[in-house]
Design a protein around this ligand. Structure first.
Ligand code: FES
Length: 89
């Protein structure tokens, strides 16, 4: 399950990004570039970020450019099957 801010928990999917899951469940999460990893507006903060898979190349480039903390991830580039608590800043 994934819990976004104060929303109810939603089921995980190994085939969808965190952004796609948020959209599917009508959770408001900005995504100005449409999920292409170029705008940074889908940035979220993950409590248990240590358990996430490594950033892909697209996310890594932005994370380096914008000096993301390790717990800041792009929802549009993150796919996982672990339980998460996600804060939308
Ligand atoms: S939606 Fe633009 S970077 Fe994720």
């Amino acid at each position: 399950m994934i819990k976004f801010n104060n929303h109810k928990s939603i089921p995980l999917s190994e085939s969808k990004t965190l952004l796609e899951l948020a959209i599917d469940h009508k959770i408001e999460l900005n995504h100005s570039c449409g999920g292409h990893g170029t705008c940074g507006t889908c940035r979220v903060i993950i409590d248990n970020y240590e358990d996430l898979p490594a950033r892909n190349a697209i996310e890594l480039e932005m994370a380096n450019d914008r000096k993301f903390n390790p717990n800041e991830r792009l929802a549009c580039q993150t796919i996982t099957n672990i339980q998460l608590k996600v804060k939308i800043p």
